[in-house]
Design a protein around this ligand. Sequence first.
Ligand code: SAH
Length: 402
Amino acid sequence: MAQNVQKSYTCPVSKVCGGCQWMGESYALQLEKKQRRVEELLKGVCPVIRPIVGMENPCHYRNKVHAAFAEDERGRIISGVYAPGTHRVIPVEKCLLEDERADEVIGVIRKLMDKFRIRPYDEDSGRGLLRHVLIRVGKRTGQMLVVLVIGNSHFPARSAFVQQLVKECPFITSVVVNLNGFKTSMVLGPSSRTVYGKGFIEDELCGKRFAISPQSFYQINHSQTEKLYSLAVHYAQLTGRERLLDAYCGIGTIGLVAADRAGEVIGVELNKDAAEDAVRNARRNHADNARFYQGDAGHFIRGMAARKEHLDVVMMDPPRAGSDEKFLKSVCMLKPERVVYVSCMPETLARDLRYLTKNGYRAVEATPVDMFPHTHHVETVILLSRKDVYERIKFDVNVEDL
Ligand code: SAH
């Protein structure tokens, strides 16, 4: 792995920005700390923790870039991140984590704002226009979606502004204008209008093609996601016959990557846009054996348990808060042979594992994956087996081969 592993990186704003807690530490040390954290949290619950899967070149991996806009004390337009816990913008022009072309686009937007006399939106006075820019990049397809979040509905010379932006950055494939006039810490408001291109991007993961809307969740690190999903599907040990639930499925990525090797895939996702993307993505990939539903995963699986449906494998990937008892209890009632849990928060993973291991399951092995270099976040994928079939699970995986 990583020829850059001993290298440490520096960033001029890392102290004030708060985005990268571990900037300045060697990548090797970061990986070691993440490994230890997962090992400590899963001690006594999971017998095998494999070595963390690190990133070859741990920079510019973020395919989703967000910038807030403001004026500095001299009235110049700045863009960057909010100082932690405030709405004060710290200027950031280049970020070691973000996609480089996205940073370039944000620079062009700052310049065009001057030219078109567009002022940043001021939350207190309600004056000005541009509030945030959100950029999404398809790392494999090269597509780029730019969302201009405005605080006031009147966008003077909008077409000319967008035309100029696309002319200067011809790699932009779509531009959406989103209205967010609320006093809120949410970036996007409820109403959007596509003013250039399709209004979403497409990307490829593990050989499948996905459409991603502005509001849908999509893993931010493309190359590590492919490794994570390959591991998750490997852990699922599919033979082509299984009935599989992809819970907290987002735009359907894990389920669709697994679909070729399963009998049937059922996905459930709370976010309406993401669930709609998942339905379209099933069609896009000709996955006739996959169906996706919008709803709360706990509520959905409780319905399955009440109907005594059969499930062979549950793959679950909840948000940081982890799953809930309603969900876990139903898993234990449905008794799938295997549960593959993908977690972005080892503390809630450990909590949920304690429930599952007290109620009929045994953890087989876990692998941490570094999806977020230079930050303290760590992803983990873990396989659990129903206790009565535990002995049947025997395999050894070389992550580099996946
Ligand atoms: N598996 C997907 C998404 C993981 S992120 C992927 O790898 O891309 C977690 C997802 O859970 C998000 O899409 C979020 O919208 C969804 N979610 C959050 N709470 C939920 C709930 N109660 N029921 C179903 N989905 C939920």
